[in-house]
Design a protein around this ligand. Structure first.
Ligand SMILES: Cc1cc2nc3c(=O)[nH]c(=O)nc-3n(C[C@H](O)[C@H](O)[C@H](O)COP(=O)(O)O)c2cc1C
Length: 298
């Protein structure tokens, strides 16, 4: 049974934040979802201190082997999340990881303190692909900003802190090292890659915001390369993601040093993808037991 930051998982496949709405899935599939949940832990959509409506449509555009999204983090805000969503997510039969984001240290601190003190929460993921309103810099693009943020947040909770890296930098490993030095417990990667498309029908940007983030199989080789670079630079456990759509894809990430893999875009095509990939992994491992030891999948 894999262990991740002290959390026991039934298998090494979790979801990528923002790509699986467990509350909607429960409404549709009822208690059958709880009996056979597709992931070994659930990562929430990123929440922010205040409610957000998200961006105007169109917010999603299909591309060859992937999609561009600019959803704009619609969410109920911290208070709405704690009052309405957390009680429902706590009913899931797997550990809960809550993804949080803010644009200044004080607000980030409030999120980490208030989410971290809830017994229902096993760990927090810090989405650092956001600007610091004081410096104007994207926190996760700057090692110094990332380290300073972690140093401020680390004392506020004993729960594991996972830093989600952006791939939109020359050296993600430098940011991973900063996260490690600041006291992070794990690093997850990759978030989406900056991307644009033009709608041939209008000649205008296909996404209303003008650009968005690319995900899906198109990004997988980039994700793997970044994972390998980060693996070589830090000791922390890694969550690998980016275009995983099959057990074979997941094995690539595990063989490159991920402790756990996350499935994102593929869940839009196949809501059972997490369970399918976990099964495929189990089969692959039973066919090649030497791999079991190498990948710690027992
Ligand atoms: C529609 C959509 C919404 C997303 N929302 C979030 C989010 O709220 N927070 C976050 O950290 N990442 C978010 N992501 C990024 C994913 O968690 C993941 O890092 C990325 O999509 C790469 O994995 P994939 O190729 O398997 O989708 C989102 C991705 C998509 C496609």
């Amino acid at each position: 049974m894999p262990e991740f930051c002290g959390i026991e998982l039934d298998h090494p496949v979790i979801n990528a934040s923002g790509t699986y709405d467990a509350i909607a899935a429960r409404r549709i599939f009822g208690d059958a979802l709880l009996a056979d949940f597709p992931f070994s832990a659930f990562v929430s959509k990123t929440i922010t201190p205040e409610p957000r409506a998200g961006n105007a449509p169109r917010r999603i555009w299909e591309t060859p082997a992937g999609m561009i999204n600019s959803i704009g983090l619609p969410n109920k805000g911290l208070d709405g999340f704690l009052a309405e969503d957390l009680p429902q997510l706590a009913q899931l039969p797997v550990p809960l990881i809550v993804s949080v984001m803010a644009t200044n240290r004080e607000e980030f601190s409030r999120l980490v303190r208030e989410v971290g003190e809830r017994d229902e929460v096993a760990a927090l993921e810090l989405n650092v692909s956001c600007p610091n309103v004081h410096s104007g810099l994207i926190v996760g693009e700057q090692p110094t900003e990332t380290e300073a943020l972690l140093e401020a947040l680390r004392p506020l909770t004993e729960k594991p802190l996972i830093v989600k890296l952006t791939p939109n930098v020359a050296n993600p490993e430098a940011v991973a090292v900063a996260a490690e030095e600041g006291g992070a417990d794990a690093v997850s990667l990759i978030n989406t890659l900056k991307a644009s498309a033009i709608d041939p029908a209008t000649g205008e940007p296909a996404i209303a915001a003008g650009h968005g983030g690319l995900s899906g199989p198109a990004v997988r080789p980039i994700a793997l390369q970044q994972l390998r670079a980060v693996r070589a630079a830090v000791e922390l456990p890694l969550v690998g993601m980016g275009g995983i759509a099959s057990g074979a894809d997941a094995l690539e990430f595990l063989a490159s040093g991920a402790a756990v893999v996350a499935v994102g875009t593929e869940s839009f095509r196949d809501p059972r993808a997490g369970a399918r990939i976990a099964n495929d992994l189990e089969t692959a491992v039973s066919r090649s037991p030497s791999r079991v030891e190498a990948l710690h999948l027992e």
